[in-house]
Design a protein around this ligand. Structure first.
Ligand SMILES: [Zn+2]
Length: 447
């Protein structure tokens, strides 16, 4: 049995990925040794690749992707232009090139800091194609450090964006994960694990959250509509994104969307939009009446249509609930697994942006990071084509972290975050696991 370690996942009982790493080595032999410099300044031409650019366009064979100063300088038919003088070339005949994958929902930090564990986990994730992650609540003291180390190249790691969590006071009294993540700070007063009431100075609370280096607020639990609105407006005013649970108890899905949340997490929590009453306590979150609430109930469709109109991203996290239900059937409400797939299929069909997040990056002891499983799950259970699942894990996940201008597609001007695959992922989504090498801002990492 793997030990189960307390990790700040939205499903309280998911086994740890970030801290129980066993003896597995980071699978990036040949990767940069020691400290890296910022970017590779030489020009590199990846030739004869079949490019899947992450925009949703079909694969195009025979392309050259030109990389300069860590960015994509040009994409064109191989042989149609002369190569720049001094350019290094790599022949990617028989290979597929996709944008770097972005897991839009992870929790890297656990109860106790484990730097060696983080290094192994992050190096393994990068070697398996994940070039960025969005951490959705944890210990921002550690996340700030890891994020900086990843950005400077001091560790081999996906780039890390993270959130500052805010919730109502009852959450902090109840939740052992929040207590562990903010150990050493006054419970509920850490700027990244902050209790909010009607008496809180929202402007100061948001400013302190921003000071942690967080990209966004994560509105987690036990907040009324008025505070969801107030925090969202103030966060946007100060340049932070707002990520929320799909239901914040008692604030519901439509409340979060109308308040202006940029992304909402967990398709399963959308069911509360059609519940007669939303409890005040988030402990009920995975226990909606899935057997009787129709995924296409008009109240839920109204939420989806509002999300579509506003561009609110749905962070579906399907796989983790299915996995948890299989491991421990009593841990989620009856019918949740089929329901979350059905509502995500509906959302996708109606044009809602859906990203790819796992709530559990994985463990280096495992064969692949769970993001590959989430992508396959979207295809096998929620009506996505393989191409659409790739878009979810690249372009849309980049939008979720507010970086779509610089990451998420293979287009000129973007950072050269690229994954080379040995088989066609549009023929079989499981081929995203066949990673040959990974480029992060133009720097190569061998698998
Ligand atoms: Zn989570």
């Amino acid at each position: 049995m793997k030990p189960r370690v307390l990790v700040f996942t939205c499903l309280a009982t998911v086994a740890a990925g970030g801290v129980t790493v066993g003896n597995a080595r980071a699978s990036v032999p040949g990767a940069i040794g020691g400290r890296a410099t910022a970017t590779d300044t030489t020009v590199l031409a990846l030739r004869h690749a079949t490019v899947i650019d992450g925009t949703g366009a079909p694969p195009v064979p025979g392309r050259t992707v030109l990389i300069r100063d860590g960015k994509i300088a040009a994409v064109y038919a191989t042989g149609s232009r002369p190569l720049p003088a001094g350019a290094r070339t790599e022949d990617l005949s028989g290979r597929w090139l996709i944008p770097g994958l972005i897991d839009a929902h992870v929790h890297l930090t656990g109860a106790a800091p484990d730097m060696e564990g983080y290094r192994k986990l992050l190096g393994w994730a990068l070697g398996n194609g994940i070039t960025s992650v969005r951490d959705m609540a944890g210990d921002d003291r550690i996340l700030a450090y890891l994020s900086r180390q990843a950005a400077t190249g001091d560790i081999v790691s996906p780039r890390i964006s993270y959130a500052a969590l805010m919730a109502g006071p009852t959450f902090f009294a109840e939740d052992g994960r929040a207590q562990a993540a903010s150990a050493g700070d006054v419970l509920g007063q850490a700027p990244y694990m902050r209790q909010i009431t009607g008496a809180t100075d929202l402007s100061l609370a948001v400013a302190a959250a921003k000071g942690t280096g967080a990209t966004a607020l994560k509105l987690y639990a036990n907040l009324p509509v008025s505070l969801v609105r107030g925090l969202t407006a103030e966060a946007h005013r100060q340049g932070l994104l707002v990520w929320t649970h799909a239901t914040i108890f008692p604030a519901g899905p439509m409340d979060a969307v109308r308040a202006g949340a940029d992304a909402i997490s967990h398709s399963a929590y959308l069911a509360w939009a059609a519940a007669d009453r939303i409890p005040r306590d988030y402990a009920a979150r995975a226990r909606a009446d899935y057997l009787h609430i129709a995924p296409d109930d008009p109240r839920i469709l109204a939420v989806l249509d509002s999300m579509k109109a506003r561009g609110t991203i749905l962070d579906a996290t399907l796989w983790v609930f299915a996995h948890e239900a299989a491991e421990d059937p009593g841990s989620v409400g009856p019918g949740l697994v089929d329901w979350e797939s059905a509502v995500t299929r509906e959302a996708h069909a109606r044009g809602v942006l859906v990203d790819a997040g796992t709530d559990d990056l994985g463990s280096p002891d495992d064969t692949v990071p769970n993001l590959h499983r989430e992508m396959a799950y979207l295809v096998e259970h929620a009506g996505f084509t393989p191409l659409e699942a790739i878009v979810a894990a690249t372009r849309v996940s980049a939008m979720a972290i507010g970086q779509s201008a610089t990451r998420g597609t293979i287009t000129p001007g973007q950072r050269a975050d690229l994954v080379v695959l040995s088989a066609d992922p549009t023929a079989d989504i499981h081929n995203t696991r066949r990673v040959v090498r990974v480029f992060q801002e133009g720097r190569a990492h061998e698998r």
